[in-house]
Write a protein that binds this ligand. Structure first.
Ligand code: ZN
Length: 394
């Protein structure tokens, strides 16, 4: 599509979303990514812009969170709050510990995704990307899995309220997008599609094919649980086939895309085997579908990603390049490696894209691919008739 304009919503202040120095959800990855985008020249074109976020208001948070939960998060953000104060709300845990200023900075992260949605829905930009967003495990009344508030759900709820638009939410983080699914589980105007490592092996332990939604929203929650050690070919093949089919049946007005990059084979917290090809291909396919069906509109966020030196900056630079229709050069400028190598425990990669054969062959590849195919067939049987309004008449 010609005339695409893409915004990066960014302010270094979002890096204050930080639990403790040794916590895997490390905001250094955001600085590393923006610095790599700059080094690659990806923030210079005339059709891209960098836009500052704003803080979400309490009203905006309470579109998707209860007043009691927001009040509890504020109390837990005070200096001197004890972990036990957060326990009834899923906070103060090992995964999602309390930190001073938690409410303020999470409101900024939510506001950044709201800003991205505003830029896209106003037509000022075609697509927008909030690297710091993607907090997909936050629930209405409960924090979980490094997530305090749901920037994704707040943006989707705003789009619904302000524009009455139909939203397709796509999540290919290695973990199931349980928070967003739960908040819109009975809503037929918000379709959620999550592709992730099976909950049999990975947090949060949900996201199976038979989680299809409830009430009016039955048929509008879709899940593809992948086998551990799934590689690019199987994953991209599923995405390339499923996404256009589902989008054509649902006819969204806008796509919200969560780009967690913890499905990469270097990630220390998961067991999937993607390479950087996944991020380029997924975003390319998504943008093609958006161009065809919904005026190109894509609101994108980051998400998980714990190989912060070797993977995240490359994966999200590729996401940004694909969103903004730019071809990223493959060689990483030396200046970027020189700037960061001293701090990195790993040898930083010299190429933006992983080479073929990066990982040793997976012995069970054929079995993994066959199981993934059966999972998609099962989803087809159960969900596509519902989406097309055919009912479950067989
Ligand atoms: Zn994740």
């Amino acid at each position: 599509m010609s005339g695409v304009r893409t915004a990066l919503v960014w302010d270094p202040a979002v890096t204050a979303y930080r639990f403790r120095p040794d916590h895997p959800f490390n905001p250094r990855r955001l600085e590393l990514t923006v610095s790599l985008m700059e080094a690659l020249g990806l923030l210079e074109a005339e059709h891209v812009g960098v836009v500052a976020p704003r803080r979400a208001t309490d009203e905006e948070l309470m579109r998707v969170h209860s007043a009691e939960y927001v009040a509890a998060v504020k109390r837990c953000s005070e200096r001197g709050a004890r972990p036990a104060d957060g326990w009834p709300w899923g906070l103060g845990t090992d995964d999602t510990p309390l930190f001073p200023g938690m409410h303020d900075v999470t409101s900024l992260v939510v506001g950044a995704t709201l800003r991205a949605a505003e830029l896209v829905m106003s037509g000022e930009y075609t697509r927008a990307f909030n690297l710091a967003g993607g907090l997909h495990h936050a629930h209405r009344d409960r924090g979980s899995g490094f997530c305090v508030y749901s920037d994704l759900a707040a943006a989707i709820a705003w789009i619904r309220e302000a524009h009455g638009a139909r939203v397709m939410y796509i999540d290919y983080d290695a973990h199931h997008g349980d928070g967003v699914q739960g908040i819109f589980y009975d809503d037929p105007e918000v379709l959620t599609l999550s592709i992730h490592e099976s909950g049999r092996y990975l947090f949060p332990g949900t996201g199976f094919v038979d989680e299809l939604g409830e009430g009016e929203g039955f048929g509008y929650s879709l899940n593809v649980p992948l086998e551990p050690f799934t590689e690019d070919d199987s994953w991209i093949g599923i995405y390339a086939r499923l996404l256009p089919e589902v989008a054509e049946a649902f006819r969204p007005d806008v796509i919200v895309l969560q780009n967690g990059c913890d499905g990469h084979g270097y990630d220390p917290l998961t067991h999937l085997r993607a390479t950087t090809r996944l991020y380029e291909e997924t975003v390319r396919i998504t943008c093609e579908v958006a161009d065809r069906l919904c005026g190109g509109r894509v609101v994108a966020t980051g998400g998980g990603g714990y190989a912060i030196w070797k993977t995240v900056p490359r994966a999200w630079s590729l996401v940004w390049a694909a969103l903004s229709g730019q071809t990223a050069p493959d060689v990483i400028p030396h200046a970027w490696n020189d700037r960061w190598q001293g701090e990195s425990p790993d040898l930083l990669p010299e190429r933006l894209r992983d080479p073929a054969g990066l990982f040793p062959p997976v012995p069970r590849r054929a079995e993994i691919e066959a199981t993934n195919r059966r999972t998609v067939q099962s989803l087809h049987r159960q969900a596509l008739p519902l989406l097309r309004g055919w009912g479950l008449g067989f």
